[in-house]
Structures are given as C-alpha cells and as structure tokens.
Write a protein that binds this ligand. Structure first.
Ligand SMILES: O[C@H]1[C@H](O)[C@@H](O)[C@H](O)[C@@H](O)[C@H]1O
Length: 524
C-alpha cells in the first residue's frame, strides 16, 4: 500500500543526476483536463490484495528461474560422483560446464524470442513458459545420458529466459504507478527464494542415490500450480487496449486501482478514463509499427528508445558482469578452498543474504528511489570486493587452482585463518549490497519502453543479462586460475566503479511516474 502521497516530481533525488523536472509538464499524456493532481490522489486508492495475488501467481516464473539456475550446483555434486549402477558416467569438468552454461544460452535465445510470443498476449507467453518448465523438469529427471541431460537443461533454460523477460513486463503493465517498483521487486524476491529452495532441496537429497532426479523433477511442481493459477490471471490491460478490448481493460484497471465500478463516483470514472486514454495514446504508435522491421527501426532510430535500450541493457549487463553469480554458482568451491567445513551451508548463506536483502529493497525502493539506492549500494559492492581481494592477498597460501579440486588451498587449520573470515564477511557484505539495488532494479526495465517497442526492447535487455551471465559462468574459474583471486575480485570492483559512473550519468529517477510519463521523460 502507498506510504504517502505518490511522488509526482521527477527531480533526481540526490539532486545531481539529470534534471527531468520539466517532463511533468507533459500532462497532455494524461488527457485534456490537465488534472494530474486529482488523478494522483485517486491513485492512492486501495488496490487491495488482488494485485498482490496476481503478482504472486506470475512470480512463480521467478521462483522457477531461481530454482532451475541454482539446483544445478547440488545436482552436479552428485553427477560428478555417480553410483556404479548409474547409466550416466561421472561428468567431466567440461561436461559440467556445458550442463551449466547451456541453460544461460537457451535463456538468451528464448528471451530474444519472447518478444514476438508476448505480442500474442503476456498471459499466453507466461503459460508457454510454464509448459516448457514442466517439460524441462521431466526431461532432465529422466535423462539416461549426458546428451539427455544437456537437452533437458536446454529446455528448462528456454522457460527461464522467456519467464524472465515476460513476467516483469506483465507486472509493469498491470501495476499502478505507485506500486510498480515494489511489485517488480516481489518478482526478484521470488527468484532469490527459488535459489534458497534449490539449495535446501539439494541439501536434502544430497545423500540419496540419484537424488539429482527428484531435484530436477521438483521444478515441475510450481509450474503445474502456476498453470492452474493462470486461469484466474487477467491479461495485461495495456495489451488489451492495444488490441481494442477497451471494456475489459477498463474493468481490470478499475480492480487494479481499487475502484468498484458499480459504486464509482464521477472522479473515479474520470480517473479511469484518463488512464485508458493515456494508454491509448501510448498504444496508438503501435499500429504504425506493424512489422518487426519497423519495430527494430523505431527502437534504434528514435532517441528516447535508444536511451531506453542503453539504460536497460546496460544495467542488465552490469548486474551480471559485477560477478555476483560467480558467488552464486561457485561459492561452495570458494568456501571449500578457504577450508570451511560445510561449504554447502556457507554457500546457503549467500542465497539467504541475497533473499533477505532483496526483501529489504522491497521496503527501500519506494522510500529511497531506485537511482539513489543504486548510487549508494554499488560503491558498497566495490568495497566488499576490495576487502575480499585484501583477504585473498593475505591468505597463508594462495593456490587458487585448488578451487577445482574443492579442497583447502590454505596451510594447516585453514578455517581458523583470520583472512578466511575476512573473505566470508566481505563477500556477504558484497551480496547484501548487490541484493539491495542492482540485484533487482534492472528487472524493472519494461517501464523505459513505450508500448510500441516494449516487448522487443525488454527482450533485448533481458538478452544482455543472459549473455553476460554466460560470460561470467564460463570465465570465472579460468580467471581465478590464470589471474588469481586477488586480481579477479579487483576486476569485479573495477567493473562496479564503471557501472556506478554509468548509472550516475544516465539512470533517471522514475519513481511514481506512470509509463506514459516515463516515455515523455526519455524523449527530452
Ligand atoms: O535478479 C536476479 C537475482 O539477483 C539472482 O539472485 C541472480 O542469480 C540473477 O542472476 C539475477 O538476475
């Protein structure tokens, strides 16, 4: 629920960034009456639990994204040491990398393909992703060969990529402006929750022979529940307006904004028609961009769209290149190398910190604003990384190649080394700072694109995420081997510094604006 009057000023909160104050003058987008004030008061109505339930249902895709990307680390521990009766021989290091990275590749492919699919309806695209998740879960769990596993991981990645592009777009299009950031953050809460569940289930089945089969299969359960829930989920009102279903769109918007249409007063009705009209205006350009070629041209030809792409794609790339998933995927190896007794539990702490601080950002984002939160949290990430590099530098022995062997690289009584704890605490600090800002803000990308190119823009920005995710997954162990841990963590700190400068220069404050106002802001 809103905590106070919704923020209608576009001045950057830290007073330094780009000043978009005059963007608000473009009230024409809200209709001819020019009564933004009145509409904004009405926006403070109670949308009720309904919107939250919708987001929870859609957010199951986020849960699956988190689960399926994290479960692989527990499954690999078993697949690398199979029982004698296993039809699949022990996976080599190269096969382990392939089974892990193929998911990022197919997520990259399907995030790009999700643009055209979501043009047929956001709900249909979420449904398609859920079906793919189930197929992938069953395929992986029945695999009888390495090739079978690779195909299963490929299929599940298609679901991950499509869900990761479409669900945030659906949430963005459905949410009232003052709740949009929070509801989108909820989706990231689901991703991080899925990662914790994956670690716990992985731990639960770790001693069961062929425990990797139920680990993979369980991913199908939330997807099945989601298919049931999808029957109750409305289509995105913006998509409905775009396809001429004005009445349905109006009644969904009424529910979203907590207006009972039967008992509504004149002000309510006016506010609703303002909303529908503003969406119609945004949508009108869509009919002019019927072909895919026209959309591509518009995306790259129009200044505001190029800016939207630069901001969203850049932020998505930075979210991955800052190295967070190196910890997510390989923290048990890192902590084993440092000599901690239960590396799986210490790496569960990465997932738990990530989840907890994503919850913190749920509270912080509407209060502090996304821009300010990023500007504060990214330097903290750099500090955490530098402190970790300092810890690695001072370890008694530094044979990082031991990371592959999952055993301690430190001389006698390793975990009692003060510097092992410095690394544990500084990486935890880094994860907390990551989760408070950059871990979820990039997923709020759909708000930057006008309706005419939203699905295409969102798809490309999401693809930036998955391609960078692939780069980190593929290169991290090699970097640790070749450059050493100190240089690797310092490199991530440098990337954070560059990312911070980029955010400072181009990331606008959009808190509380409606989507059409954001479009006006980027056109200036
Ligand atoms: O927003 C999510 C979240 O931060 C996850 O924990 C991470 O694994 C994903 O790569 C990221 O996209």
């Amino acid at each position: 629920m809103p905590d106070g009057p919704i923020e209608m000023s576009a001045i950057s909160r830290d007073g330094h960034g780009p000043d978009y104050n005059d963007a608000r003058d473009d009230d024409a987008l809200l209709g001819s009456d020019n009564d933004v004030e009145e509409a904004s008061k009405l926006v403070r109505g109670e949308p009720g639990i309904w919107v939250w339930l919708l987001v929870v249902s859609a957010g199951i895709s986020g849960l699956l994204f988190g689960y399926d990307t994290a479960i692989i680390s527990s499954a690999l521990l078993q697949l690398a040491n199979p029982p004698e009766t296993s039809p699949i021989p022990a996976l080599t290091i190269a096969q382990q990398s392939l089974v892990t990275s193929i998911t990022s590749i197919s997520a990259l492919i399907s995030s790009l393909g999700s643009g055209p699919v979501s043009e047929y309806g956001r709900k249909k695209a979420i449904f398609a992703a859920a079906v793919v998740f189930i197929l992938g879960a069953v395929w992986q769990s029945w695999a009888q060969s390495v090739q079978g596993l690779v195909v299963g991981r490929f299929i599940v990645g298609l679901g991950v990529g499509a869900g990761s592009a479409v669900v945030p777009m659906y949430i963005t299009e459905l949410s009232p402006a003052h709740l949009r950031s929070r509801l989108n953050t909820l989706n990231t809460v689901f991703i991080t929750l899925g990662q914790i569940v994956a670690y716990l289930i992985g731990y639960w089945y770790s001693q069961t022979p062929f425990g990797w089969r139920p680990m993979f299969l369980l991913g199908g359960v939330p997807a099945t529940i989601q298919i049931g829930l999808l029957f109750f989920l409305p289509e995105s009102p913006r998509w409905l307006v775009q396809h001429g279903y004005i009445e349905q769109a109006t009644s969904i918007l009424a529910r979203v904004y907590g207006i009972n249409q039967d008992e509504s007063n004149a002000a309510d009705r006016r506010m609703l028609s303002h909303l529908v009209r503003s969406i119609e205006q945004g949508v009108r350009s869509e009919t002019e961009l019927a072909s895919t070629t026209a959309k591509w041209k518009n995306l790259f030809g129009k200044r505001s769209n190029r800016r939207a792409l630069l901001i969203s794609g850049g932020l998505q790339g930075f979210q991955q290149l800052c190295g967070f998933n190196a910890l997510m995927y390989f923290s048990s190896l890192i902590y084993a190398m440092l000599g901690f007794e239960s590396p799986t539990l210490t790496s569960l702490s990465v997932a738990a910190t990530n989840f907890t601080f994503t919850l913190v950002s749920l509270v912080l984002i509407p209060r502090v604003g996304k821009r300010r939160l990023l500007l504060y949290s990214v330097p903290m990430m750099a500090i955490g990384l530098l402190a970790a590099a300092f810890g690695f530098h001072n370890l008694p022995t530094q044979d990082v190649s031991a990371i592959h062997e999952e055993k301690s690289a430190i001389n006698a009584d390793p975990a009692s080394s003060f510097y092992a704890y410095v690394i544990l605490f500084s990486t935890t600090f880094y994860v907390a700072s990551y989760a408070s800002g950059i871990g979820n803000v990039p997923w709020q990308q759909a708000e930057f694109f006008p309706m005419s190119v939203r699905s295409l823009g969102t798809a490309i920005a999401t693809a930036c995420n998955w391609s960078s995710n692939f780069i980190i997954g593929e290169t991290f162990l090699g970097l640790m081997d070749n450059m050493g841990a100190v240089a690797t963590f310092m490199l991530f700190a440098v990337i954070c510094t560059v990312g911070w400068a980029g955010i400072y220069l181009i990331y606008p404050d959009t808190e509380g604006m409606n989507l059409e106002e954001i479009e006006a802001l980027l056109s200036r």
